[in-house]
Design a protein around this ligand. Structure first.
Ligand code: HEC
Ligand code: HEC
Ligand code: HEC
Ligand code: HEC
Length: 177
């Protein structure tokens, strides 16, 4: 008889611990709407928005936004290379500076996406190796990418140069006729 009472007491103890534990460890708003913490909805909704996307720059930097739209970088977000909008603008006013890469930081930024041989990048994606690229161009290693590539429209100058030299060649050919 005593051993039955003893085991019943143990079982009761376990059950009581489970109920007490559940009572103290379950968040207050659990189960209000369903099988989750209801407060989570407000917490998520009130999280501050850091990124503004490119349209949020339009009002003050329409020229750059426009330039980006017309070039090979049209799918990029400004905030990939600069900073999140929230560090720059609040209530429509400038509150802080945007990061602007300079010198070798620019090369690093570009190569984050364009470095050759990064596994998993689509085969057709334009990739270079800086050494090979500079060798092909016959330039010194201390050049930065933006000396030839307009960062917001990377082939703008190159396309212009190509079309100029084409026109020049045609003019020379016509002269010769
Ligand atoms: C691929 C990276 C990249 C993207 C994307 C990019 N920028 Fe830039 N931006 C730079 C770099 C690097 C510089 C500075 C060097 C230069 O202009 O050659 C710069 C310069 C600027 C400047 C001038 C700052 C100064 O003091 O000279 C402004 C303004 C600017 N960017 C705004 C934008 C806006 C707006 C967008 C989106 C529409 C954008 N950028 C997208 C890399 C980028
Ligand atoms: C409400 C206007 C406003 C908006 C919106 C705005 N900027 Fe600016 N931005 C400024 C002003 C003002 C400056 C300082 C310009 C100057 O000194 O010539 C500036 C400067 C910059 C610079 C140069 C570095 C610096 O901080 O001085 C960059 C880069 C830049 N903005 C990028 C952006 C990007 C990217 C966005 C959108 C995500 C954006 N800005 C949205 C007003 C704005
Ligand atoms: C966040 C990723 C990213 C960064 C950073 C970036 N690019 Fe790009 N770049 C792209 C994408 C995406 C394209 C379009 C590729 C396509 O058309 O398949 C592109 C296209 C180009 C092209 C045109 C290639 C071609 O032959 O069509 C050049 C040149 C280029 N980028 C140079 C640069 C330079 C210089 C920088 C640094 C200032 C830079 N990129 C930074 C993503 C990036
Ligand atoms: C001296 C000028 C110059 C410099 C500096 C330069 N490039 Fe280029 N880049 C070019 C030219 C010109 C082309 C176009 C080649 C062509 O179309 O035949 C090109 C093409 C590219 C392409 C497209 C390649 C492809 O396969 O379509 C990418 C990506 C690129 N450059 C990235 C960069 C990066 C990143 C840097 C800095 C590390 C850089 N470039 C520095 C002149 C330059």
């Amino acid at each position: 008889m005593r051993h039955i009472v003893k085991s019943l007491l143990i079982v009761l103890g376990i059950v009581a611990t489970i109920f007490l534990g559940r009572h103290f460890l379950t968040p207050d708003s659990w189960g209000k709407y369903g099988h989750y913490r209801a407060d989570y909805i407000d917490e998520e909704a009130n999280r501050s928005i850091n990124y503004g996307e490119n349209d949020s720059c339009l009002k003050c930097h329409s020229e750059v936004v426009d330039m980006l739209k017309h070039g090979e970088h049209k799918t990029l977000s400004c905030e990939v290379c600069h900073s999140p909008l929230s560090e720059h603008i609040a209530d429509g006013k400038k509150i802080g500076s945007m990061k602007v890469p300079t010198g070798n930081e620019i090369d690093k930024t570009c190569l984050n996406c364009h470095q050759k041989n990064v596994a998993g990048r689509p085969h057709k994606f334009p990739m270079i190796d800086k050494n090979e690229h500079y060798k092909m161009l016959e330039i010194r290693a201390d050049h930065n990418c933006n000396q030839c590539h307009t960062v917001h429209y990377p082939k703008e100058n190159i396309n212009k140069a190509k079309s100029l030299s084409r026109n020049l060649r045609e003019a020379v050919d016509n002269e010769a006729k």
